[in-house]
Ligand binder design. Structure first.
Ligand SMILES: Nc1ncnc2c1ncn2[C@@H]1O[C@H](COP(=O)(O)OP(=O)(O)OP(=O)(O)O)[C@@H](O)[C@H]1O
Ligand SMILES: [Mg+2]
Length: 362
């Protein structure tokens, strides 16, 4: 899959942008703060309808303006026009000018794999950020996933609310708690299965990818979940046992909202003992595995974005990575330092220079 063109109106620091991309390598360079990441952020948002840098959509609107439009032609078997329009009233997405009301129908179309410096902290940060990583990746692959997740989260809220109700009003019916629990477990198990399948798929590739980047060791992702190896009946029993404690605490103690993934190198958690470099390489290996999974499931290569190349990767690995990447993968790289990039790579690439004067080729 390739993005052929990108048009922006009032996106971040850009009033108007009109770009044609190459189907292989696209390099965006320029000084700090000129808007390089903004460009790849736009490509990401065209695919996932939201940014990787902010949860607040309206931050994407150029300051002083009321709306922004991201538009691109993306080629798979056919060429289709995609649009994401964000205004103060909300967000609209279109495929070939038709409004798509279900986000799940939209975000499974353009597959993106992104590597950026902030995400490399993910191993050390909260379980929530690692769940977020899982959610983003799986929702690009499985249409049902985001629907299941929304349903689960709604039920979780209702259930927590009702637990507090039971605490206050001892006469409230426990029957309703049974119903909410049963539904929660039903959705939770489906989410668990999709997450487990995704992690198993990653594990099929990740050690090999880790070795490709010149590192020894066995890398695998360990999936921790309250739902692991439990049937629906097992889970309902466990929940029942916890009812009283949950009522006192006013929240649901078990569930896939506590899931976590650990990056294990030679059976030890990298987050706890691995070096910085090992953590970066583990994330890189994860992302390279994802490319394989998308290819396996979708039959097409995703678009690969490497934001801030030299922060994301060590110098000596860069050539390596570009060689590992299948020639068929459209890749976007941003950097401040074009001189550090191998001449050979530049030869066949589209090179865009971003400055305060705008975006120029060459
Ligand atoms: N909503 C907005 N409206 C106008 N300008 C914005 C908006 N959001 C961000 N900017 C501007 O965009 C610029 C940052 O762009 P970006 O993060 O793409 O820079 P960069 O080229 O990637 O820099 P670096 O090399 O430091 O990563 C900043 O100058 C910021 O003020
Ligand atoms: Mg940047």
């Amino acid at each position: 899959m390739k993005i052929n063109t990108l048009k922006l109106v009032n996106f971040r620091n850009y009033e108007k942008v009109n770009l044609n991309f190459k189907s292989n390598l696209n390099i965006i360079y320029g000084n700090n703060g000129v808007g390089k990441t903004n460009l790849v952020e736009a490509i990401y948002a065209l695919s996932l309808t939201k940014s990787f840098r902010t949860n607040v959509d309206k931050n994407l609107i150029k300051m002083g303006e009321v709306s922004t439009k991201i538009e691109g032609e993306v080629e798979t078997d056919t060429v289709n026009n995609y649009q994401v329009i964000i205004s103060k009233e909300g967000k609209k997405v279109k495929i070939n000018q038709n409004i798509i009301s279900k986000i799940s129908e939209y975000i499974t179309n353009i597959n993106i794999v992104l590597l950026e410096p902030e995400e490399q902290m993910i191993l050390k940060s909260s379980p929530q950020s690692r769940r977020r990583l899982l959610n983003i990746e799986i929702s690009q692959l499985k249409k049902d996933y985001i629907i299941l997740l929304n349903n689960y989260n709604k039920l979780l809220k209702q259930r927590n609310f009702y637990l507090r109700e039971l605490y206050i009003n001892g006469n409230a019916s426990q029957e309703y708690l049974n119903i909410l629990t049963e539904k929660l477990v039903t959705y939770g198990l489906k989410i668990y299965e999709l997450r487990e399948e995704f992690i198993n798929n990653i594990n099929e590739f990740i050690t090999k990818k880790y070795h490709d980047i010149f590192e020894d060791g066995e890398l695998f992702i360990k999936y921790n979940s309250d739902y692991k190896n439990k049937s629906k009946d097992d889970l309902l029993n466990v929940y029942k046992k916890n009812y009283n404690r949950e009522i006192v605490m006013g929240k649901t103690l078990l569930g896939i909202h506590h899931d976590d993934i650990l990056f294990m190198l030679d059976n030890k958690n990298i987050a706890e003992w691995g070096s910085n470099g090992q953590q970066k390489n583990a994330i890189l290996a994860f992302k390279l595995s994802e490319i394989e999974i998308i290819y396996k499931e979708k039959g097409t290569q995703p678009i690969f974005i490497l934001d801030d190349l030299f922060s994301a990767l060590d110098n000596y690995k860069i050539k390596n990575i570009v060689e590992i990447l299948n020639k068929d993968i459209q890749t976007f790289i941003t950097t401040t330092d074009i001189n550090r990039i191998d001449e050979k790579l530049l030869e066949n690439a589209l090179v865009l220079n971003v400055s305060t004067d705008g975006i120029k080729e060459g």
